[in-house]
Design a protein around this ligand. Structure first.
Ligand code: IPD
Ligand code: CA
Ligand code: CA
Length: 266
């Protein structure tokens, strides 16, 4: 049996509680696809409800901790050394379309460092967790990044700019450079799960720009604790401030970073 720290147990219980109604919502969303009203109000209220459950549960167990949450923004706590970074539904567009690929993402930051993390897909009941210095787990079983060392064998995930978001020309240049050299590119639509999939060896690498801290705070720790390498797209450690990320194993990370940086210069 895996040993989780008390705070990670609290985070997991909160994610499970908030995740249950989302499974029910998925069924309702199937019906809403064909209604005139469409699913968008429904999704907004699911997002808000999920975040409220998470904040209520986490604050009850850890009063005084602060939050940085997608819907509520920054909430200062009495305890200035701890805050939870929360994305209530990562992969909202999938959720809105009734696609069961979305996640609750929770990271705990202690004195500026992410020390505990979870990414939970309620639809598949996959709970990815990590604690700094203690490795990464999927449903209590240890996970590791993939061992593939050759770029031409690598399955690489990314995020594509969309309406009103991101730099399409820059992405196009990066895609042009990467796609001909790898075995496949995937755009699954939930950055937290993209990182969890790198951590568990399903994807060999993932890169994306223009992300928010709550998209990647938990996932980046999963990858590090699964023996992977993460950086921003300049190769530095400032993923959360910069909003860009590259995650892979230690062999592929430098190779992909070079390819992506070369695309920026073309
Ligand atoms: C989005 C997802 C998506 C990424 C977007 C994010 P949301 O988060 O992580 O994969 O490409 O940039 O905003 O809006 O579904 O929480
Ligand atoms: Ca997100
Ligand atoms: Ca979200």
């Amino acid at each position: 049996m895996a040993q989780y720290s008390p705070v990670l147990n609290v985070m997991m219980a909160a994610a499970r509680k908030a995740g249950k109604p989302l499974i029910r919502d998925l069924g309702e969303l199937e019906n809403l696809q064909v209604s005139m009203k469409g699913p968008s109000d429904f999704v907004t209220s699911a997002d808000k409800r999920t975040e409220k459950i998470l904040i209520d549960e986490l604050s009850r167990a850890r009063p005084g901790y602060g939050f940085l949450a997608e819907e509520s923004g920054a909430i200062e706590g009495k305890d200035r050394t701890h805050r939870f970074i929360v994305d209530p539904i990562d992969g909202t567009t999938n959720f809105m379309h009734g696609i069961a690929h979305f996640a609750i993402s929770i990271a705990l930051e202690r004195e500026g460092q992410i020390v505990s993390a979870l990414v939970y897909n309620p639809a598949t009941d996959e709970m990815f967790t990590a604690e700094k210095g203690h490795g990464a787990l999927l449903n209590s079983k240890r996970i590791r990044v993939a061992a593939r060392k050759t770029l031409s064998h690598a399955l690489v995930a990314t995020g594509i700019p969309f309406h009103g978001h991101g730099d399409a020309a820059r992405f196009q240049a990066e895609l042009d450079r990467v796609m001909g050299q790898v075995s496949g590119i995937r755009r699954f639509g939930a950055a937290s799960l993209d990182l969890a999939y790198v951590a568990s060896g399903r994807f060999d690498a993932f890169w994306e720009r223009d992300l928010a801290p709550w998209d990647i705070a938990a996932g980046q720790l999963l990858v590090k604790e699964a023996q992977g390498v993460v950086s921003d797209l300049n190769g530095g450690p400032d993923m959360l401030d910069q909003g860009s990320i590259l995650a892979a194993n230690d062999a592929l990370h430098p190779v992909l970073l070079k390819v992506l940086r070369a695309a920026g210069k073309s």
